[in-house]
Design a protein around this ligand. Structure first.
Ligand code: CLR
Length: 429
């Protein structure tokens, strides 16, 4: 395809945005902006930095002083663990939001996962005391699209689980604004952390090379009471750099709400280096370029189950790589028609699609339903309470005292069911 043809189709694409309905999958975009990768792969980035992730579980009373020798004022394992969670979290942001745009690339429109689509793999940690980490991702809902995920390392007794659902809209200046619903919860040796998902927007639409910038705030609430508030900004807000952030650690959410004195302040670029204020001295906190990303191992397509993402989308992905619009729509239609048939059959037989490893729990109703084990759900409720964040189905990180919270009536969340994974017979990692 010539560059000229691309710009022509891009401008007509931009025009078509004026009638955007909120459903990104219904937006037909020119082939060069289509990605051959399904959105169900994106949650793997929670585990890319294995060492930083496992450190959260490995820090204890005996070893905590070895973790951040450059920060002189650290005095407890709890504070060290909070720093480790932030350091890992910043690294995940780099993966989640810049891994596709590095080396001159741009953000493309990912494949829209079908109901029941899974993407699984593992990180092999060949050193002792690390053990392998399992990654599971499942498309638990198609309308609206919801992806649930889990990252499990048994050796270190650490597990992360969560889900995400995006709500998007275009501004008049053709900026794509995306709010995320959902959260991630870490459970590490008896310590748990609730992580809210930041709002994002896409810049660079007018020049056909979109990239993500984060905005507003997100939180990490620990079961020990401490909470991080992370504020994001792009070029030219409180810093001249893109991907800027400032994170304050508070002893609890009450102090945070009163804008009391933070224990620590970390600032810099989440995609690069950041510093921490240690007393009155500014020292290096983290420089992500010094850490090695660890890639997820995924089975070859031939050994995959029909529900596995790369196998199911193989023909479409190949067509996208060829840039052949006709072939793209043929292969996509085939997959989508098959899905429609399945749904129709279920309807006729009065059956529902069974989710695999996750279940939906409404925490408002759950209180009156005695059979709800859902451990993570209980943690969610407890951590949300500590943080003053809403438990309802509103954008992740919304506070308890907002209008949106008062208006919302449901509080259903997706919760990982470990036993379902342990009893899994068909899908292997
Ligand atoms: C999905 C959940 C991940 C983090 C993440 C990263 C990038 C986001 C993606 C989420 C959702 C889909 C997204 C993408 C960047 C671009 C893409 C918003 C939040 C949109 C659908 C691309 C649209 C492109 C056209 C308008 C051309 O953990």
């Amino acid at each position: 395809m010539t560059e000229y043809a691309e710009t022509v189709s891009w401008s007509s694409f931009l025009k078509s945005i004026s009638s955007f309905s909120g459903d990104l999958s219904a937006l037909s975009a020119p082939p060069f902006i289509l990605s051959p990768v399904s959105l169900s792969e994106f949650s793997q980035y929670w585990g890319t930095y294995q060492d930083l992730f496992l450190a959260i579980a490995q820090i204890n009373k005996q070893n905590y002083q070895a973790y951040y020798p450059q920060i002189r004022s650290i005095d407890t394992p709890e504070v060290t663990r909070m720093l480790a969670v932030l350091q890992w979290y910043l690294a995940t942001l780099k993966c989640q939001y810049t891994s596709r745009t590095q080396k001159g690339g741009f953000e493309k429109k990912p494949l829209n996962p079908f109901l029941g689509e899974v993407f699984v793999g593992k990180w092999e940690n060949n050193e002792t005391k690390k053990g392998d980490t399992v990654f599971l991702s499942e498309q638990v809902s198609h309308h609206p699209p919801v992806n649930a995920f889990a990252v499990i390392n048994e050796e270190n007794n650490i597990q992360l689980q969560g889900y995400t659902q995006i709500k998007s809209s275009f501004s008049k200046t053709l900026k794509l604004n995306v709010k995320q619903h959902g959260h991630a919860i870490i459970d590490a040796n008896g310590n748990s952390f609730l992580i809210t998902l930041p709002a994002i927007h896409l810049e660079g639409m007018l020049v056909a090379s979109p990239y993500v910038e984060l905005e507003d705030k997100s939180y990490i609430q620990s079961s020990c009471g401490m909470i991080w508030r992370i504020e994001y900004s792009g070029k030219g807000y409180f810093s001249g750099q893109k991907n800027s952030f400032k994170a304050n650690l508070y002893v609890n959410s009450t102090v945070m709400e009163k804008e009391g004195k933070p224990i620590y302040t970390v600032s810099g670029q989440w995609s690069g280096a950041s510093t921490i204020l240690d007393g009155s001295k500014e020292v290096l906190f983290s420089d992500i370029s010094r850490y090695q990303p660890h890639s997820l191992q995924v089975k070859p397509i031939d050994n995959q189950h029909d529900l596995e993402s790369r196998k199911a989308w193989d023909d479409v992905a190949k067509a996208i790589e060829l840039g052949d619009m006709k072939l793209i729509s043929q292969t996509k239609n085939k997959l989508e028609n098959h899905q429609r048939k399945l749904r129709r059959k279920e309807e006729q037989e009065n059956k529902h699609w069974q989710n695999r490893w996750f279940k939906r729990v409404d925490v408002i109703k759950a209180k009156t339903e005695p059979d709800l084990e859902g451990e993570a759900i209980n943690k969610l409720v407890a951590l949300a309470k500590l943080s003053g964040l809403s438990i309802k189905n509103i954008p992740s990180g919304s506070k308890h005292n907002t209008k949106e919270h008062k208006k919302a009536t449901t509080a259903s969340h997706w919760s990982f069911v470990m036993n379902n994974w342990l009893n899994e017979k068909e899908i292997k990692i």
